[in-house]
Design a protein around this ligand. Structure first.
Ligand code: NAD
Length: 357
């Protein structure tokens, strides 16, 4: 039986541990330098041994794979260190904070003969899986445009902390939420290469710090003396090989009336199209039948979409550890998403369309 360790026992490290346990993937060890994060983790996972250092965790011979759930700037060094220690890696999104860092992870994985599964959990949502399956079967025809959006009215995470500090996070909602959306969009489209990007970013709310009016905060409480030098809204048009386009909108904060712009994906193909929220339990495909517009509503199981997606991600990592093979979300796909994100930031800075490299 294969076993895992958790590196970073903050909000998402705890979610990973919960779902690994649910699917029967034993978590035997964890490491986090922050005592409060360790204490919260231990209260939920009393049987998991908390190691005094990363080296001690990586030296354990009963740890076959690790989940890396740490601030974004640490993804590269900790992934490389884990791969060199012979561990397979389930790496949280974004893959890193630059495409050069992604390349170093890919090289390390190759050199060490170990795998990296990207934590693109949104593509495991039942509605996304159903739409992707219909796309693969050709039910949507040639997909020529996808619109992928997440809008938050007041959703800056951990204002003043690592999320809003560019040197630690690599950016704001574009690299935080946008990577999920872009990965799901590319997954639906069959992973075409993104060739060019035209993007714009806006920094309107978080930088006010004390003037940021909010009701609740993921990764809070805010540190008003900390840093906020990232965008809070990003929009981009991406051009893919073959001519298809993706419109991407990722927002932590904007003056948007509640429920006025739906989150999720809208997928347009020449034989069918659909629009759905990531956690939707049903999907309607607009198509044609008998010479008239017609709707298809495929059945799929989606009682608890979020839980199903997280369980499915953990199961896929377990399968990778047990049987090897290609990860369900590969390092190459993580790198492709990061390359597009880098290009969007570059485009926003230069005020023009740029090549994705
Ligand atoms: N898949 C998702 O939907 C999702 C959601 C939220 C966050 N994330 C990603 O997960 C990662 C962590 O985010 P979070 O919300 O859990 O943040 P967090 O701040 O709650 O947790 C990060 C943890 O990493 C720990 N840490 C810092 N340096 C470390 C080191 N050298 N070794 C081990 N641990 C270290 C911190 O002490 C902290 O407990 C980020 O990359 C984020 O983008 C993914």
């Amino acid at each position: 039986m294969k076993r895992i360790g958790i590196i970073g026992t903050g909000s998402i490290g705890r979610v990973h541990a919960h779902h690994a346990a649910r699917v029967g993937l034993p978590v035997v060890a964890a490491w986090d330098p922050k005592p409060a994060a360790v204490a919260a983790f231990q209260s939920e996972q009393p049987k998991v041994e908390l190691e005094p250092s990363l080296e001690r965790l990586l030296a354990r011979t009963d740890v076959d794979g690790v989940v890396i759930a740490v601030p974004n700037d640490l993804h590269e060094p900790l992934a490389v260190q884990s791969l060199k220690a012979g561990k397979h890696v389930l790496l949280e999104k974004p893959m890193a904070t630059s495409v050069a860092a992604c390349d170093r992870i890919v090289e390390a994985a190759k050199a060490c003969g170990r795998s990296v599964q990207m934590g693109f959990v949104c593509r495991r949502m039942p509605a996304v899986e159903m739409a992707a399956s219909m796309a693969r079967e050709g039910r949507l025809g040639a997909i020529y445009h996808v619109k992928a959006s997440m809008y938050r009215r007041r959703g800056v995470p951990g204002l003043g902390g690592w999320f809003t500090t560019k040197a630690r996070s690599g950016g704001g909602p574009l690299i935080d939420l946008g990577v999920h959306l872009l990965d799901a969009a590319l997954h639906l489209m069959g992973h075409p290469r993104v060739l060019r990007a035209s993007g714009a970013t806006y920094s309107t709310f978080g930088r006010r710090m004390k003037g940021y009016a909010y009701t609740d905060m993921w990764a809070g409480p805010p540190n008003f003396t900390g840093t906020c030098d990232v965008e809070d809204h990003a929009t981009a048009l991406l051009r893919c090989e073959g001519g298809a386009t993706i419109e991407l909108n990722a927002t932590w904060a904007m003056n948007i009336p509640d429920d006025s712009l739906p989150d999720g994906l809208a997928v347009f193909g020449d034989a069918g199209g659909c629009r759905f929220g990531l956690q939707d339990r049903r999907l309607t495909v607009a198509t044609e039948a008998h010479g008239a517009p017609a709707d298809l509503t495929p059945y799929f199981k989606a009682d608890e979409p979020g839980k199903q997606a997280w369980d499915s991600q953990a199961q896929a990592f377990q399968k990778l550890l047990e049987h090897g093979g290609e990860p369900i979300a590969t390092a190459a796909q993580g790198r492709a998403v990061q390359a597009a994100i880098d290009a969007i930031y570059r485009s926003a800075g230069e005020g023009r369309e740029v090549e994705v490299v």
